[in-house]
Design a protein around this ligand. Structure first.
Ligand SMILES: C[S@@+](CC[C@H](N)C(=O)[O-])C[C@H]1O[C@@H](n2cnc3c(N)ncnc32)[C@H](O)[C@@H]1O
Length: 287
């Protein structure tokens, strides 16, 4: 780090980081993720060849094994209270003070679902994810925290159980819609399991759909690289290969949600270690 002039040494042999670099330290959480994403490098090279017959990568989150979920678990754990206090809770307070049955889709290692369960002991929280490693972690955390009101199941978001129709008064999705290859089916499944007056909250990175607006946005540059190696290939991995990724951006996402007959009650920005945009929606009946 000293050789690369990232860290400096003063005349008393004390290490220091010059003030002008302090802003970039805000991105330190991202650094270990590069080694995780690098596992896809060769597969990415192959698919980008002109001679390649593949359209997308036949990938899914579980391909990263433990490493992806270890990283995301540590990152989420660090910031979960802030995400709840500054992000989800103000929205719930405003649009859904009381809820009995909540579902988090693509729950990863259950950090958000567990925190919600802890703060709402009278509600039941269900988390679903299709990756075994994420569910293993989520269940373990719930057990360690002695949470009795949270349950985890392995399901693909595109086919939730039939008996869940109209069952939940709150459905949450954090950092996931831009990863999916079939956003239309995802949203229709979330709407199906949502009760008539239920609240659907979808949060994604607050990155603009317009490149020009992201000029000089350090966070966007980190997110684009994450997206290239993970979100975009994931969104191209199955039919209908929507090819979204983080570059989809919040303007396109908002228009998409409206096109799926959701009424957006509020669009809410919040920043913890990253900028997120949260769409609080309800379904428009009879459409
Ligand atoms: C970017 S991670 C976010 C995880 C979690 N929401 C969080 O913020 O920590 C996306 C999650 O969606 C899950 N996922 C991706 N595609 C899925 C699908 N088709 N069905 C269910 N889960 C899926 C992945 O396994 C992963 O845990």
């Amino acid at each position: 780090m000293v050789a690369a002039k990232i860290i400096f040494i003063d005349d008393n042999e004390k290490y220091y980081i010059p003030e002008k670099f302090h802003d970039s330290l805000g991105m330190a959480w991202y650094a270990p993720f590069i080694t995780v994403l690098a596992k896809r490098y060769e597969a990415m090279q192959e698919v980008c060849q002109e001679s390649s017959t593949k359209n997308g990568l036949d990938v899914y989150f579980g391909d990263f094994g433990k490493s992806f979920f270890d990283w995301i678990d540590a990152e989420r754990r660090q910031f979960v209270d802030g995400r709840l206090d500054k992000g989800f809770l103000p929205i719930l307070q405003k649009h859904k003070k009381e809820f009995n049955m909540a579902l988090e889709v693509g729950c990863g290692s259950g950090i958000l679902a567990n925190a919600l369960a802890k703060r709402n002991p009278n509600a039941t929280i269900i988390g679903i994810d299709y990756a075994d490693e994420s569910l293993r972690k989520a269940k373990l955390h719930a057990k360690n925290e002695n949470l009795k009101n949270v349950e985890y199941y392995g399901h693909d978001i595109t086919s939730l159980p039939v008996e869940w129709t109209n069952r939940f008064d709150l459905v949450l999705m954090f950092d996931f819609l831009h990863d999916t290859s079939d956003p239309v089916k995802c949203v229709s499944e979330m709407k199906r399991v949502l009760m008539k007056d239920g609240l659907l909250v979808i949060a994604d990175p607050n990155i603009s759909s317009y490149q020009k607006k992201n000029e000089g946005n350090v966070l966007a540059s980190a997110f684009y690289s994450i997206s290239l190696f993970n979100c975009l290939p994931n969104s191209l991995s199955k039919k209908p290969e929507a090819g979204l990724g983080i570059g989809w951006g919040f303007e396109n996402e908002r228009d998409f949600l409206i096109s799926q007959n959701l009424e957006i009650l509020e669009t809410y920005d919040f920043t913890i270690n990253e900028h997120s945009v949260l769409f609080a929606c309800k379904k428009i009946e009879n459409v």
